[in-house]
Design a protein around this ligand. Sequence first.
Ligand SMILES: C[S@@+](CC[C@H](N)C(=O)[O-])C[C@H]1O[C@@H](n2cnc3c(N)ncnc32)[C@H](O)[C@@H]1O
Length: 447
Amino acid sequence: MKLREAAAALNLKRPMKARKNGNANKLASEDRAFHDWYRFVLSFPPHLVRDYVKDFGLTKNSVVLDPFCGTGTTLIESKLLGLKTVGLEANSFAHFAASTKLDWDIDSDQLLAKSRDIAYTALELLRLQGLDDQHSLGKIPKKLRLRTLDADTEKLILSNSISPLPLHKTLVLLDCMKEMEKEKYYHHALLALGNALVYKISNLHFGPEVGVRNIKSDVSVVGNWLAEVEKIASDIKSISGKKYPQSQIYLGDSREIANFIAPHSIDAVITSPPYPNEKDYTRTTRLESVLLGFVNSKEELRALKKTLVRSNTRGVYKADDDDKWIDAYPEIQKIAGEIEERRIALEKNSGFERLYARVTKLYFGGMARHLADLRQLLRPGAQLAYVVGDQASYLRVMIRTGELLAKIAVALGYEHVRTDLFRTRLATATKEQLREEVVILRWNKKE
Ligand SMILES: C[S@@+](CC[C@H](N)C(=O)[O-])C[C@H]1O[C@@H](n2cnc3c(N)ncnc32)[C@H](O)[C@@H]1O
């Protein structure tokens, strides 16, 4: 009977805290459904997608592509509007998140019922170990040996990104979740744990870079997970009986996009690629990628990094040669030259600083490769929106990302229709307002 009572107690409504989190991410409350199952801090907002779907005059027959789909904002919003969608993403956890966020074809009652069963089991197991997940005092019973990660796995995550007790409880819960491993809704339950891990269970802080702050000795793991499962189940229930087009999302490198998507099949691209800003997307997603089994070794991490457009110096490799794609762009050569000159003048000699000029060239080269490969997928008249930000991350040398991408696109045969200002952001280093823009392109050719 006790377990039944625990079940009732666990039938949690969404806590207020989660809503606040949503606000911090600037996700309007009416846009919460599906999007906030798991999203990157500072992902572009769904209304931007709606604006360009309207501006491009897309209809239900249109196919929208996001070649850097991340956690799926473009794809979800387009699908909600009844459009067909295709996505590509190179980071395995973001790919999993987007694929799961777009899978609305599960039985939400079953997801909830099975998750509650699993929650009872996990709570009971923890209780037998002397742990109360809901009213924790943060004390570890003397005889309990906490479960830990093996030394190599531990090295993959940011140190202190999760405290020992929450980690132990997460590993216990994950074991219990194996019982639903074969069910279609297992992915949803796993993503719920991913989101709970990042925003509630871990010590991670996004400012917007990922770091560790306010170390919590303990926090409810099972309860927070179940609250996330409830959110997912309730969103799916809210659309029951409605029909939406299917989405296809590939795990892969957008610089080789023609390997994944059929020629002449795309009417519109709405996307936000990486910017040359030192952001490491594999670091942002590291804890959930490692704990939930998407990155299992240093080698796997390196292989994943190699599939990303080079946008930070931690992901640059000796054999990289995307820079040869921008040999003919004096503007980019000039920026790289300025960065290198400033580095030498300031005597910045660390291994990473020495790579600033190179990564800038590799970034634009990678984007050029992507835009070149993309051409064969586009239908004549296809319209494209690339959301990119100006950057000054490399020794304060200004990189006008949108302007340079537009130039590269024009040289590759695209029409540069216009550039819209989306928003400005204050650069902490230079105190200048950096423009975040939407570069609008059109593909007019037939081949
Ligand atoms: C600015 S984020 C996109 C965020 C997205 N709009 C969302 O809703 O979450 C850029 C994404 O591009 C991905 N990416 C970087 N290089 C890539 C590549 N070569 N191919 C595919 N995806 C890549 C990163 O992993 C990251 O998820």
